[in-house]
Design a protein around this ligand. Sequence first.
Ligand SMILES: [Zn+2]
Ligand SMILES: [Zn+2]
Length: 148
Amino acid sequence: MGEMIEIFCKECDYKKGCSLDVGMKYSSVENVLELVHPSCWKEIKDIFHNHEVLVQDASHTLFRCVKCNALYVRLYVKIHYQTTDGKKRTYETHHLCSKCQTELTPVDVVEERDEDDYGGEQEKLAPLVEQLPCPKCAKKSLATQTTG
Ligand SMILES: [Zn+2]
Ligand SMILES: [Zn+2]
């Protein structure tokens, strides 16, 4: 633990440090509520108090802006729940690009994997990042390395 993952570009000087917990999953959304933007608290609390939560997922995830290619690490919260009248709904956190206000897309689409496949955070992030255009030079030349 305590490792940093750095996303860098092989073609230009773009660099972004992602701390510690990219890809880290939390056991409960309620445990990480304080990390969620306060504007979402009411809605999330309402779900837990009024509905039956089926599946909940909270993790720090890499997001990208499809418009300007900016990359962000944000807390991603997804709750599948069933309302009292039996309807199934999904709640997801939404984040906006701080540069152009476009809604961000999670790069790490939550995917179930066997524990055996899990090769650590950098290994998980690397193939995702390699698909993305560099936020600065737009070439697909991003890579990751662990530092620290
Ligand atoms: Zn943007
Ligand atoms: Zn670049």
